[in-house]
Design a binder for this molecule. Structure first.
Ligand SMILES: [Zn+2]
Length: 147
C-alpha cells in the first residue's frame, strides 16, 4: 500500500536490526544508539493516532510486546528507567520509542555508552551519535536472544 510512509513503503532494511515481529507490532533497534538498546515498536498497519489502536493491538502491546522487550533490555543492559515516547512528527505511522535510561555508563562490546541527560528529558540528544552498523546489529542480536 502506498502511503508515502517510510514504514510502509520504505525498503525493508530492518532485518538485521529486528528484535521481534509480532502479529500486530514489530520491534527493532533505533538507528541512534546513544541510549543503549533504544528501540522502536511500530504497528504493522498504517494509522497515525495511538488511541485508534484496536483492543487486540492494545492487548498485545501491553501484555506481551512491552513486557517482553523490557525483560530483554533488563537482562541485557540493566537500565535504571524506561522512557516511552509516541510523537509521530517525523514519521506519521504509529510507533513508540522505548528509551532505556542509565544512571551510570554501560559498556557493550568494548564501546562505552553514557546517558548524558540522566535525570532530565531524553531530548535533546546527540543526533550524530554513531556506532558501526555491525555493533548496532549486535545490539539487536543481543536483544533477540534475550527476549
Ligand atoms: Zn505507514
Amino acid at each position: 500500500m502506498k502511503n508515502d510512509c517510510l514504514f510502509c513503503d520504505g525498503p525493508d532494511g530492518i532485518e538485521e536490526d529486528l528484535v521481534k515481529r509480532y502479529k500486530n507490532w514489530t520491534v527493532f533497534v533505533n538507528l541512534n544508539q546513544q541510549y543503549l538498546g533504544r528501540c522502536i515498536v511500530k504497528l504493522n498497519r498504517h494509522i497515525v493516532d495511538f488511541f485508534e489502536i484496536t483492543e487486540a493491538e492494545r492487548k498485545e502491546l501491553f501484555e506481551t510486546v512491552i513486557p517482553e522487550l523490557k525483560g530483554a533490555l533488563e537482562r541485557s543492559f540493566e537500565p535504571d528507567l524506561f522512557n516511552y515516547a509516541s510523537l509521530g512528527n517525523c514519521v506519521r505511522h504509529l510507533h513508540l520509542h522505548v528509551i532505556p535510561r542509565y544512571k551510570d555508563e554501560r559498556e557493550f562490546r568494548g564501546v562505552v555508552f553514557r546517558d548524558r541527560n540522566w535525570n532530565s528529558d531524553y531530548k535533546p540528544y546527540n543526533k550524530n551519535f554513531e556506532i558501526s552498523e555491525e555493533l548496532r546489529h549486535s545490539i539487536a542480536t543481543e536483544l533477540r536472544n534475550s527476549i
